[in-house]
Design a protein around this ligand. Structure first.
Ligand code: ZN
Length: 201
């Protein structure tokens, strides 16, 4: 499965990133420009990849989370190669001043339907995220709309586009549960059950 490049990424001016708007247009923003009240363009590119870009929906939903949580959101990984990150659909975040459980709930409330919660051994989902780990949030919806093209460029993901449940592991540690609803994910988090996540759309 190939990528149908929209061409947008190849026209990003130096020192800029792109946002693919809801209507499919690509807009270009200086790295330092605010693309939402609390986020600058460059925050979606911590790895320093060129060219780079993300979907407007990702920016908007993170801003909604920012308002709801009332605390800074650090994007630890945004645009980069691989999976949905490489299509501008996903971010890995930490909110050091809030717990994993609070942040997962805020992600769902903001509209995210693909949420992975990864803690480090010896920590709890009840801990503030300053203990380490991250939460992956993702706006992939099966529509094929990405920053790169009209086909989602993750061959291994094409066969699992939008199942009501999906369970996975991290490294060699596999999830002990298969949450098929967001409330099941929250149950798993409250019980501190291993690495877990939720994909529904
Ligand atoms: Zn991720």
């Amino acid at each position: 499965m190939g990528v149908q490049d929209t061409g947008c990424l190849w026209r990003v001016p130096a020192g800029h990133g792109l946002i693919r708007e809801y209507d499919g247009r690509c807009t270009y923003h200086s790295d330092w420009a605010f693309v939402a009240p609390n986020f600058r363009m460059r925050e979606f590119n911590p790895a320093g990849v060129r060219p780079y870009g993300v979907m407007r929906k990702l920016v908007d939903q993170l801003q909604r989370m920012r308002w709801a949580l009332g605390a800074p959101i650090i994007i630890t990984s945004g645009y980069r190669s691989g999976t949905t990150h490489g299509s501008g659909l996903a971010a890995d975040i930490s909110v050091p001043a809030r717990t994993f459980i609070q942040v997962a709930q805020a992600a769902y409330n903001a509209g995210f339907r693909r949420i992975e919660v990864i803690k480090r051994p010896g920590t709890s989902y009840w801990n503030k995220m300053s203990v380490g780990g991250h939460i992956h949030v993702d706006v992939y919806d099966g529509s094929g709309n990405t920053t790169r093209g009209t086909i989602y460029d993750c061959p291994s993901c094409a066969s699992i586009p939008c199942f009501p449940w999906y369970a996975w592991g991290y490294g060699s540690v596999w999830s002990t549960s298969q949450p098929n609803t967001f409330s099941q994910l929250m149950t798993n988090l409250r019980a501190d059950r291993s690495v877990t996540g939720y994909r529904g759309c």
